[in-house]
Design a protein around this ligand. Structure first.
Ligand SMILES: [Zn+2]
Length: 61
C-alpha cells in the first residue's frame, strides 16, 4: 500500500485559493471567514441570478 492511496480530494478555496480538503467542515471554503466573504458577494449582488425567483420555483414538494 502506498500513501497515495490515502490522498484526499482537495480543491482550491473559491475565495482565497488555498487548498481545501473535502473533509473540512466549511468545504469548499478553507474556513468560515472565506465562506462569509463568498456569502457577502451574494448579498451585494455580485452574482446575478439569470431570472427572478418565482413562486413556482419554491413549491418543489
Ligand atoms: Zn479560503
Amino acid at each position: 500500500m502506498s500513501d497515495n492511496d490515502k490522498k484526499k480530494q482537495t480543491i482550491k478555496c473559491p475565495t482565497c485559493g488555498e487548498k481545501v480538503s473535502e473533509d473540512v467542515k466549511t468545504f469548499p471554503f478553507c474556513n468560515k471567514q472565506c465562506q462569509l466573504v463568498d456569502l457577502n458577494k451574494w448579498f451585494k449582488g455580485d452574482y446575478k441570478i439569470s431570472r427572478p425567483i418565482e413562486q413556482a420555483d419554491l413549491d418543489e414538494v
